[in-house]
Write a protein that binds this ligand. Structure first.
Ligand SMILES: [Zn+2]
Length: 162
């Protein structure tokens, strides 16, 4: 069982991204974050091209910077978020990619993820728009575990370490 995400402050988070300037990180105001319903903390840079995730693992807090590419194909298609399994009928996901640590930017991995990095709200039905196209009957605890395992597996593939 991986640890729960505790309430974090700005210093907790910024120290996970030592190579990012404050402008690049664009950490949002944390005052109103409801940590109790978050399996990971994710936010987007105002440019829309960068995203960040922070998650608690057995090794401690881990953070990862991601590049975001919106799906601009002409025809919307059904896609499932690789982390939370929310199914969208149109453009609800985006391709998030990370450069593999130690590859000098030569290797990238990518996942199609909820475009606003709001998987935690999706599995708890706290984000209603749009509802999943394929509802699941599995228990929330199972969804939480699957979400965290998928995210940590993605980080492991990117060689992110705590
Ligand atoms: Zn998701």
């Amino acid at each position: 069982m991986t640890p729960y995400l505790q309430a974090l402050n700005r210093a907790d988070i910024t120290q996970l991204f030592p190579d990012c300037s404050a402008t690049e990180l664009a950490l949002p105001d944390l005052t109103h974050v409801d940590w109790a319903v978050l399996d990971y903390f994710g936010w987007l840079h105002p440019s829309g091209h960068l995203g960040y995730v922070v998650v608690a693992s057995e090794q401690g807090l881990q953070g990862m910077q991601l590049r975001r590419s919106l799906n601009h194909s002409a025809r919307p298609r059904t896609r499932m978020c690789s982390w939370c399994h929310h199914v969208y009928r149109s453009r609800g996901t985006a391709l998030f990619s990370a450069s593999v640590v130690g590859s000098d930017g030569r290797r990238f991995i990518g996942n199609h993820i909820c475009r606003n990095l709001d998987c935690s709200l999706r599995i708890r039905n706290l984000a209603s728009d749009p509802p999943t196209y394929l509802p699941e009957t599995i228990h929330i605890e199972h969804k939480i575990k699957r979400l965290k395992n998928s995210l940590l597996a993605f980080m492991a593939r990117a060689n992110v370490s705590a």
